[in-house]
Design a protein around this ligand. Structure first.
Ligand code: AMP
Ligand code: ZN
Length: 471
């Protein structure tokens, strides 16, 4: 079955076909974090969703080039830098490092490129210059440069591609300097913000005087530089539809850099928001969680990832502590089944049983129907447990089941519990110990046992031979 995904641009579920004539390469851009604070679990719902999109595309055989920017200059950051009396780089690097560590904890594949806005200033200026040259941007009396929606529309372009806008209320030339502004307020937005006293040392020279880029232009410049002026897939949270993504389209298509008949982005995907215990997350309500708040309660990254992956990406979804407990139980069911399969397979290798991957893919191909996909996984777990109990499985069948799980887990990314995974180097040591014992070199066998113990693993002698267990 072909992969079908909802496209915000057409408001419908469409076949996904990349621009690459060979149908292989996919350029994917996801709006990354604004590194003004630690990212919260709402942000991570969106990043785990983007990771699922990428992993599923890779599973389907596409060669994905995944770009995720780091917004390291923006209104909120400047305010925070000012308050912390530090430098921009010093301030943002702390949150940037924490963000990447969190992505790893959640088992997200690292994007191929993670450009920082501050390192693309010449590209941003170049893009603003193009808009100026085409008469779509102007310098206002406040010295900032704005995008003219009126001129853009007068040239036949459509502003309001991702959502319907009310132009009746638009007052020509009305401007917004803020990066984030009221929903559906149609106003000229800042491309280049003239230096203000509160910006401190955060400014760059430009043809329009000292200043800094607006948020929206950062993403247009970085995505087009790294993926080309027309690319396949743009992902982000639903709050970015307007104004951020609408403005990205206006700037990028306004610059006229796409090949004839091609759009800036072919396919737009937006993830719905996460609520916590039924409410919008907010520090004042005490329901605001960063990842560390959850790991400090003893939950693992894979449990949190599992939970974030349970709801369909277009559904607003409620995060609860009970849900997290449930995630632990569900993963334990999978782990237990896999442990039995491993024991039975005892190192036998076999090709994956195609049934589970096929049913799983069919669900995900339907606009990432993740509950359908999990449904297939748990149906399979029940079936494997039953066959195991009935002693109806051979070691080869168990190995084939394990290989099938590996296939689907390349998309789910929840792995197996750390207890079940013995690193290869320790397995090699165990084998050396067994060989030493066989050769009656007990001194060496004991030395290896001690080495393993020092590294946190004990050898358990079972009727099926020796195996390693975490201390
Ligand atoms: P930010 O760092 O604020 O620019 O946000 C990074 C990403 O997280 C963006 O794609 C946002 O749309 C997304 N996001 C923000 N809040 C939430 C939320 N409560 N649930 C899901 N995604 C969110
Ligand atoms: Zn963006």
């Amino acid at each position: 079955m072909a992969l079908r995904l909802f496209n915000t641009l057409t408001r419908s579920v469409e076949d996904f076909a990349p621009l690459d004539p060979a149908g292989k390469q996919v350029g994917m851009y996801c709006c990354g974090p604004t590194v003004h604070d630690a990212a919260h679990i709402g942000n991570f719902r969106t990043f785990v969703f983007a990771d699922l999109v990428r992993r599923h595309l890779e599973f389907k055989g596409f060669a994905v080039r995944h770009v995720m920017n780091i917004t390291d200059v923006e209104d909120k950051i400047i305010k925070a830098v000012h308050a912390a009396k530090t430098s921009l780089r010093e301030y943002t690097s702390r949150y940037e490092a924490a963000f990447f560590a969190d992505l790893k904890t959640l088992g997200c594949r690292t994007p191929h490129e993670t450009p920082r806005a501050t390192e693309f200033i010449p590209d941003i200026i170049g893009l603003v210059e193009k808009l100026m040259a085409r008469g779509l941007a102007y310098q206002a009396p406040d010295q900032s440069v704005y995008f003219s929606i009126e001129k853009y529309r007068a040239g036949g372009a459509r502003y309001g591609q991702l959502l319907k806008l009310n132009f009746e209320e638009m007052r020509v030339g009305e401007r917004v300097r803020n990066d984030e502004y009221a929903k559906e307020s149609v106003a000229d937005f800042a491309l280049w913000k003239a230096r203000a006293p509160e910006d401190g040392a955060v400014f760059w020279p430009s043809p329009w005087g000292e200043g800094r880029p607006g948020w929206h232009i950062e993403c247009s410049a970085m995505s087009m530089k790294l993926l080309g002026p027309s690319f396949d897939l743009h992902v982000g949270g639903e709050d970015l539809i307007f104004p951020h993504h609408e403005d990205e389209i206006a700037q990028s298509e306004g610059a006229g850099v796409q090949p004839p008949g091609k759009r800036f982005v072919k396919h737009w995907m937006h993830g719905a928001h996460l609520l916590v215990e039924g409410k919008k997350m907010s520090k004042s309500l005490g329901n605001f969680y960063v990842l560390r708040d959850l790991t400090a309660k003893g939950f693992t990254g894979r449990e949190i990832r599992y939970l974030l992956l349970t709801a369909h990406y277009r559904e607003t979804w409620n995060f609860t502590m009970e849900g997290l407990q449930g995630a632990r139980t569900s993963l334990a069911r999978i782990d237990e089944c896999l442990a039995k399969m491993r024991e039975l397979a005892a190192g036998t290798q076999a090709a994956p049983d195609p049934a589970l991957p096929a049913a799983f893919t069919e669900a995900l191909d339907d606009d990432l129907n993740i509950s359908g996909a999990w449904g297939e996984v748990f149906k399979w777990v029940t079936q494997m447990n039953r066959q195991f109990a009935e002693k109806a499985l051979t070691p080869t069948q168990a190995a084939s089941a394990l290989a099938a799980w590996e296939r689907v887990d390349s998309v789910l990314g929840v792995g197996t519990s750390p207890e079940a995974e013995v690193p290869a180097e320790f397995i090699a040591l165990l084998e050396q110990r067994q060989a030493a014992r066989k050769a009656k070199d007990f001194k060496r066998a004991d030395a290896i046992r001690d080495e393993l113990k020092a590294k946190g693993w004990v050898i358990e002698d079972t009727p099926k031979g020796a195996r390693l267990k975490r201390l």
